[in-house]
Design a protein around this ligand. Sequence first.
Ligand SMILES: Cc1cc2nc3c(=O)[nH]c(=O)nc-3n(C[C@H](O)[C@H](O)[C@H](O)COP(=O)(O)OP(=O)(O)OC[C@H]3O[C@@H](n4cnc5c(N)ncnc54)[C@H](O)[C@@H]3O)c2cc1C
Length: 545
Amino acid sequence: MSPPLPPFETHTVENQPPPFEPRDLWRDDVVLRDAVEREGAGEFAARVAAYGALAGDELYRIGFDANRDRPRLRSHDRHGQRIDSVEFHPAYHRLLEVAKQHGVAGLSWQLPRPGAHVARAALSYLHHQAEAGTSCPLTMTHAAVAVLRRDPALREWADKAAAPHYDPRDLPIQAKTGLTVGMGMTEKQGGSDVRANTTMATPLGAAGEYRLVGHKWFFSAPMSDGFLVLAQAPGGLSCFLLPRRLAEGERNAFRLLRLKDKLGDWSNASSEVEFCGSWARRVGEEGRGVATIIGMVMLTRLDCMLGAAAQMRMAFAHALHHARHRRSFGKPLLAHALMRNVLTDLAIESEAATAFALRVARAVDAAERDPAEAAFARVATALGKYWLCKRAPAFVNEAQECLGGAGYVEESILPRLYRQAPLNSIWEGSGNIQCLDVLRALDRDAEGGAALLNELDGAVDLDPRYADAVTALRQRLAAGGIEEFDGRAIAEQLVLALQAALLLRTRSPVAATFVASRVAGAHGLAFGTLRGDVDSAATLQRALP
Ligand SMILES: Cc1cc2nc3c(=O)[nH]c(=O)nc-3n(C[C@H](O)[C@H](O)[C@H](O)COP(=O)(O)OP(=O)(O)OC[C@H]3O[C@@H](n4cnc5c(N)ncnc54)[C@H](O)[C@@H]3O)c2cc1C
């Protein structure tokens, strides 16, 4: 007979995993470490490593606070004056403070040398694993610099957006050490189709100055110091910088109407806004609004891809941690063959996603120096944004299921990841829009198409099944006339082949299984349908030591 339990005790708690955190997100992630080195950011490794330790400890912990206590709109102060302000949990500010200090929003601009964009991408990937909501203002701030720095008159904006300082004070930018920048494109009558924007921009006397009247239907991070927005000027759709405060200190004329009640992304505020004669400065030429803001959008799309890879990585790490420690039917979950198949499949998907996102980051990094990489970045960004973001929700759900009921409970990060996962596929151009971009590139961007084929060709000698797939793809592309209806199918084949090429070229131990399952068809529709002889133990040990 077992000894009697002390008073009040009813049972012994057992068969539960040890805490997941603190965890060094850099040290544990060999795929990330290899990619940072391979894609040219080795000299930044120590900086990224420092952030990995922080992200898996303090940032991970306070991410729960930032999401539990959601932002609140304060339209008026207690005297009835409009303030159009948003109140956040202190954890939100701390996350932004640490991220900006470490260069998540600015490293690539502060140290503009080869590899800096890759290092910043790695920082963004680590930050997103700890807390995804703050990634929104961070990515927009980073991406806006690409547009702001082209206009010498906006030098202070560009420099302070890239600066390693977070300054949440609601002051004119001249009085601040660091800035955040948002983006306003989507209106009620059209988001993907921004040419349907109705917000009107009327020129003022001074060159480049306008008054904006209209609205935006989705306007995230509304406490940003400024926003790049699209509006209709006399010469057509144009891009404007709309500051929150004017130089003299008064509030610019816009109203936050309400905050969106969102499925996820809870730490971040997304608002509806009306511009009531807001002062704005034109950026780029009149009528070239889309061409101007695309410089920002290309970078936010890269971060969507990195975010999707980060969500997969964090979800996978939780699933494997749990399966190693939890037992059922007399043995660890991981000792069950079906569970091994699921986790091995997830490990392979996660590796391919991380490696590909950082490969695209290198293309972005090299774009100014190397036209072929610039061409590759144009088409690979659309492909990766489409595919990685499409994979993340199903992936996170599968990882969640590995935890059983615990994966459905808020104390684990899985429910938060699950709510967040679909967002990256919607904003910054939804899936179909990315596929249309890919079709356009195949049709009209000869350099983009050539860069794609060149990347694919680099691995044809390494696996005959892969070589067959590339031959078929080449023939399909050469035949031309790809119908819009087939856009997703062709994008999927291309991006899977690109991921396979990368894994093969880099001699990844998962390359052969990736090719067999994702390129040669030995896989079902769900995760956990790998076939044949797969070294699960080695794959999982490598994926999370
Ligand atoms: C939480 C959140 C925050 C956001 N924050 C911002 C922000 O800060 N700033 C901002 O500007 N926007 C923001 N957005 C808006 C987002 O970018 C848009 O929702 C998105 O671009 C889609 O636009 P839409 O909602 O108007 O949908 P629509 O354009 O109506 O599209 C609906 C569906 O139709 C598809 N579709 C559209 N055209 C075609 C076509 N030609 N062929 C095939 N399919 C097509 C789309 O892919 C999509 O699946 C945010 C959205 C969310 C959810």
